[in-house]
Design a protein around this ligand. Sequence first.
Ligand SMILES: [Zn+2]
Length: 337
Amino acid sequence: MKDEQGMNRRDFLKLSGKTVGTVMAAGMLKFPFAQNAFGSNGNSADKVVILHTNDMHARIEENADDGIMGMAYVASIVKDFRERYDNVLLVDAGDTIHGRPIANVLEGRSVVDTMNAIHYDVMTPGNHDFNFGYDRLLELEEDLECELVSANVTRDGDLMFDPYTVREIGGHKVGILGLATPVTRYTTHPDNVRGLEFGSVVDATEQYVSELRGNHDVDLVVALGHIGYGANNPDEAEVRTTDELVRRVDGIDLFIDGHSHTRIPEGDKHGDTLVVQAYEYLKDVGVVEVDFASGSPEISARLISAEDAFSNYEPDEEMKDLLSQAREDAVDARLGR
Ligand SMILES: [Zn+2]
């Protein structure tokens, strides 16, 4: 839980980010507002846009050959949306801070810096975010401007993170619940998660969805889960996939998923829940528009691919500088300087 001062600092940074975005807006779109492919129906006070990433595995650097846009393009996309929409949230569904030399020798520091630079709002840790040990994750949490949420990770019976956060944006109350895959306990070195319990995602979801609806009266329930999309083994007692989970549990409007590296171009509807996931390695950025005009949320989803990003945006200069610095820091760290 961040203290009040932390909130103020975050709000201040958000404001300053907005100002920077305004100054830079003209330069970052290749064809400013010439086409509205990413804006669909346009801004309105009734609308909240949620931008989402997952499974970047520290691919913060552009790699056009592999179709990876990197954080400099993500930054331009995010700034563009914040320019064009009043109510924008930016979230990440985990497996974020570990996976490339630029991050690993700095134990995730460089990824945290890039996330702070574009003011992520909420993240849920994935299994690989425990790869530097959970102490390191808690240390990075102190530096992360965004909130970490996870409703089923406990240590000695106590939750390690806030289970959810409620964001009031443009008069709309959005509850965002975090979920971690139970496989975390054996997909990272045992030392990294010693003493941690990864509890039932069904139990955690039922408990906190009813808390969000009952106690907080939210207008939208979002599950931000590093769970993974795909067929479940029906013989297994434990629910391990998002599709199985949303079939079992009611009350989630939007499930922003990760872990399985699945590209879901327009989201998949399961009952009343729309499940979205934005592939892997920053090859896509997910865009969800939630329209509250009719009284109940109407949700649509799409992806901005690296190809879309390369042809419509310029990479953000500030982020490019930050990435150069990160590369230097990584070399220094490797050489023990
Ligand atoms: Zn994962």
